[in-house]
Design a protein. Structure first.
Length: 191
């Protein structure tokens, strides 16, 4: 997308929030802000030939590698099939290596020297994006925003736990709207 189109898109989003729906749901505003963060970081990561998806996993692994694929999926907030695909690519690029421990069912993920070295290169990019994002915002407002967003995360997680809700698997999501069991048999009989 050209710079002029990006600027126009940003102006459209800001006009929407300031004029059309200034009191719309917080979730929508957070989503638009997150898109801006991601886009700004993606542009910088691309200059270093690193995808945003790989960045998400690298961030978790820089804090402590040797996680299982499942743990990495949970901490990165993505489904396991997505993690599997990303890890295959990251292994090809030399960022990680995978191995099995005593429990042969679990696959563990470890950073390579190359993957570990990316931290010095990439973290400053994220810090730059954060600094740009809060330019002109008072420190007290940033502190309040952090406190509010952490409370939002905690409230939603608490609600999910209290209600016993879990994110459905990719397989379960794929079945939504498809006929099952008896309905499938009935559909075959009609055909």
């Amino acid at each position: 997308m050209s710079r002029a189109r990006e600027t126009a898109a940003t102006e459209t989003i800001l006009r929407h929030w300031r004029e059309a729906v200034p009191d719309d749901r917080l979730a929508h505003l957070v989503k638009d802000a997150m898109r801006a963060f991601i886009r700004a970081l993606q542009m910088r990561l691309a200059e270093h030939h690193v995808s945003f998806g790989h960045w998400s996993f690298l961030r978790v692994l820089w804090e402590g590698d040797g996680l299982t694929q499942r743990e990495l999926s949970e901490q990165a907030g993505v489904m396991e099939p997505t993690t599997f695909s990303a890890l295959k690519a990251m292994e090809r690029l030399g960022y990680i290596r995978r191995g099995r421990g005593d429990d042969r069912k679990k696959v563990y993920v470890f950073l390579t020297a190359k993957g570990r070295a990316l931290k010095r290169e990439l973290v400053p990019l994220a810090e730059t994006v954060n600094n740009i994002a809060v330019r002109g915002v008072r420190a007290s407002d940033i502190t309040t925003t952090r406190r509010v967003l952490l409370a939002v995360i905690e409230n939603i997680a608490g609600s999910e736990a209290a209600e016993g809700k879990r994110m459905p698997s990719t397989r379960a999501l794929a079945r939504i709207g498809k006929p099952t069991g008896t309905k499938r048999k009935q559909a075959r009989k009609r055909a």
